[in-house]
Ligand binder design. Structure first.
Ligand code: LLP
Length: 388
């Protein structure tokens, strides 16, 4: 069980809110992923944006994964945390000169380049430093990820990647620019993808683009298919994503050449289920139309519900064994915004001031997206090996 009676008793003495990390579950998830990837000799880079908590990163590095970064800050953090420079990739539509220079100096494995102009800039900056920059071309494949529109990235209307009609210019530039070394092609079509058939469509497009580059004399060493594998937010208990089925799709549908490497950038699937945000009920307001439970955590600590209407399972830890009446509550935070709501009409045991409330599946895009709005205190982290 994610929460034991012993843990909950320990929590009672702790200041809330905090993110609680189950490091054993994280470990099991990492082992399952690494084991499943190894079957096909696939390489996994962890998408650090999902969670860069120090102890989480430590486990991920120990599991042998690389790091997928989207800012100079993440590149620096990856290297400082002990990820090998040669296992760091750097994506993002708006890399600044400062960030590019720092990554060149660190000699990272590769830049995932998202526009023609960026290629030009990387070439200039690398040449000025007497270096060669390894680059992969992020292609927008126009594949629908069938996920929330706010986290869809691979359609023509999205800002990410280079569109197929710009590839001839891109290929010319790669041939002309002496400070660029082409290593392969990169894709990422969206996040929280639960319909695995979507990846079959992606594979078809990847094969087409790889052939397109080969026909023009390029050696495509790396096929980087990004991340996006979703988790089951409705059944968080004991859930480890089906990495075996996920990787098998790529094995079955990608045409991988000898000596070609297949890279993945998983974030949510690796860390999503290993944390819960734990907070306390400050007030219960029973109204005529609605009952409210007001927590000491809000959208400043967990932004996903306000930003994407995301669902997180809500549990009253202080009344797990309570039989009897349940009440429907809107579970809200203390922030002066109407979107500061974690769930509407949530059925919970009758709740009281001081009860501990958990929001499950918050290991990905939880702690990292916390903000200082309303000058809130920074949220703390508690680890399973501290409360056992
Ligand atoms: N690679 C690239 C280039 C990405 O942009 C992302 C995520 C990933 C990999 C990792 O995707 P994952 O495996 O975690 O789905 N804040 C949103 C999710 C934004 C995802 C952004 N890109 C949320 O809370 O749902």
């Amino acid at each position: 069980m994610f929460f034991s009676t012993q843990n909950i008793t320990r929590f009672a003495k702790l200041e809330t809110p905090f993110y609680y990390y189950d490091l054993d579950l994280l470990q099991q998830t990492l082992e399952r992923c690494a084991g499943a990837a190894k079957v096909y000799n696939f390489h996994v880079h962890y998408a650090m944006k999902a969670n860069f908590n120090t102890r989480v990163l430590e486990r991920i590095r120990e599991a042998g994964l690389g790091a997928d970064c989207v800012s100079g800050g993440e590149v620096a953090r990856a290297v400082d945390s002990g990820f090998a420079n040669g296992q760091v990739v750097f994506a993002g539509v708006g890399k600044s000169d400062k960030e590019i220079n720092a990554a060149l100096d660190l000699d990272i494995f590769c830049f995932n380049v998202e526009s023609i102009q960026e290629l030009e800039v990387i070439n200039e900056l690398a040449a000025a430093r007497g270096r060669k920059a390894r680059v992969a071309i992020r292609i927008n494949p126009n594949v629908d990820a069938h996920t929330h529109h706010n986290i869809t990235t691979g359609l023509d209307e999205n800002k990410f990647g280079i569109n197929s009609w710009d590839l001839p210019v891109c290929a010319d530039m790669l041939k002309r620019c002496p400070a660029l070394e082409f290593v392969g092609i990169h894709f990422h079509i969206g996040s929280q993808i639960t319909n695995l058939d979507v990846y079959k469509n992606l594979c078809v497009r990847v094969n087409e683009f790889a052939t397109w580059f080969e026909e023009r004399g390029f050696v495509v060493k790396v096929l980087n298919v990004g991340g996006g594998l979703g988790i089951d937010y409705h059944n968080p208990e004991g859930q480890i994503p089906d990495f075996e089925a996920y990787f098998k799709i790529f094995h079955d549908f990608l045409s991988v050449r000898p000596n070609q490497e297949v890279h993945f950038e998983l974030g949510r699937a690796l860390v999503g289920q290993c944390a819960a945000m734990v907070s306390r009920v400050l007030y219960v307001k029973n109204g005529k139309k609605k009952n409210f439970v007001v927590l000491d955590a809000g959208m400043t600590e967990l932004m996903r519900p306000a930003l994407y209407q995301a669902y997180h399972q809500i549990e009253n830890l202080s009344r797990v064994d309570a039989g009897g009446t349940s009440v429907k509550y809107d579970v809200v935070g203390p922030i002066c915004e109407s979107t500061d709501c974690f769930g509407k009409e949530v059925e919970l045991p009758e709740s009281k001031r001081g009860d501990l409330i958990a929001l499950r599946s918050t290991g990905a895009y939880g702690e990292v997206m916390a903000s200082k709005y309303n000058l809130r205190d920074e949220i703390r982290s508690v680890y399973s090996d501290e409360v056992q």
